[in-house]
Design a protein around this ligand. Structure first.
Ligand code: CUA
Length: 339
């Protein structure tokens, strides 16, 4: 079973535009030009298709073999026609090339004053890091679900420097028309200026394994004067006043994306279910066994491959340096409630 970290209906997709040409919100500086090129390409291809196939069907009918007396037409060539059917497509191809090249150069050249935000992809979550702040950004959205939140200010250029910890992922913001592969062992960048306030979904668009489709994030475009506050709020995960350790632990479980791989209902996913995990005796892949206690949980979160439960592949990333002590304690308290 696949569960979305953020159900798509909670991603806050903005209303459709009135324009029949605009299928998605055009929420970045790149969107209008790329849409224009796409529409031109589609229109030219559509018209060419009708002309070429139409002519073919017409000729099939007009020159159908009717009797042995039919003679083949004596025409050898038509210089003017041949020139036109070469020159007109060539002009369109040059328009596509120049338009595409200008947009590509623009997409590849972030302005020097762009805000630098780091994005790390791994199976199966995104981590967003802002300048001067180390904590991974994961924030509740409507309905209490959690997703990595990329907060950006309106009308200011933002550059994303991205890398992957494991396999190739791809960071795609449809509303912004930007998409770039996120590759282990190197940095790739994209930049954009958001021109519309609101929240927009982010997808992974490189098939990266079981939970590829739940590798989601959210871009939130805020007023420049709210940026600092919103960005800081997105990078804090602390136990709230009046919140029990168990409640906070459940937040941690969702905020760090543990739920991508570990269920709480007893069904095994990529990793063992958390239901009834504390006190359970687990057979390990090296043939030994262990009773799950606080220390084993802690070790498995910080050094996931140290003692792997039999039947599961050692593929969990480490959360060392991400989940702090308070969050760890709360997470374990929450796991104890999953009887
Ligand atoms: Cu990451 Cu698909």
């Amino acid at each position: 079973m696949i569960t979305f970290m953020v159900p798509p209906e909670k991603l806050g997709t903005p209303p459709m535009s009135d324009s029949p040409w605009e299928l998605l919100p055009t929420a970045s500086n790149h969107a209008a030009s790329l849409d224009g090129l796409y529409i031109l390409l589609t229109a030219v291809c559509g018209v060419s298709f009708v002309l070429v196939i139409g002519a073919m069907v017409y000729f099939m009918y007009a020159y159908k073999y009717r009797s042995p007396k039919d003679k083949t037409s004596p025409i050898t060539h038509n210089g003017r026609l041949e020139f036109l059917w070469s020159a007109i497509p060539a002009i369109f191809l040059m328009v596509f090339f120049v338009w595409g090249e200008v947009d590509f150069v623009k997409l590849s050249s972030p302005p020097a004053d762009a805000i630098d935000i780091r994005v790390t992809g791994e199976k199966w979550k995104w981590t967003i890091e802002y300048p001067g702040r180390s904590m991974a950004s994961t924030t509740p959205v409507e309905g209490g679900e959690y997703a990595p939140l990329l907060v950006v200010p309106l009308n200011q250029p933002v550059r994303l420097t991205m890398t992957s910890k494991d396999v190739i992922h791809s960071f795609y913001i449809p509303a912004f028309r930007v998409k770039k592969d996120v590759v282990p062992g190197r940095y790739t960048t994209v930049w954009f200026t958001a021109i519309e306030e609101g929240t927009f979904p982010v997808f992974c668009t490189e098939y990266c394994g079981d939970e590829h489709s739940s590798m989601l994030a959210i871009v939130k475009v805020v007023k420049p004067e709210d940026y600092q506050r919103e960005m800081e709020a997105a990078t804090v995960l602390e136990q709230g006043a009046g919140e029990s350790a168990e409640q906070f632990g459940e937040k941690v479980y969702k905020a760090f994306g543990c739920n991508s791989c570990h269920t709480v209902d007893g069904s095994a996913k990529v990793g063992p279910s958390f239901k009834g995990i504390v006190g359970r005796t687990e057979a390990l892949s090296d043939g030994s066994s262990i009773v799950v206690d606080e220390n084993y949980i802690r070790e498995s979160i910080y050094q996931p491959n140290a003692k792997v439960v039999a039947g599961f592949t050692p593929q969990m990333p480490t959360f060392a340096g991400q989940i702090n002590d308070a969050q760890m304690t709360a997470l374990i308290a929450y796991m104890k409630t999953l009887k």
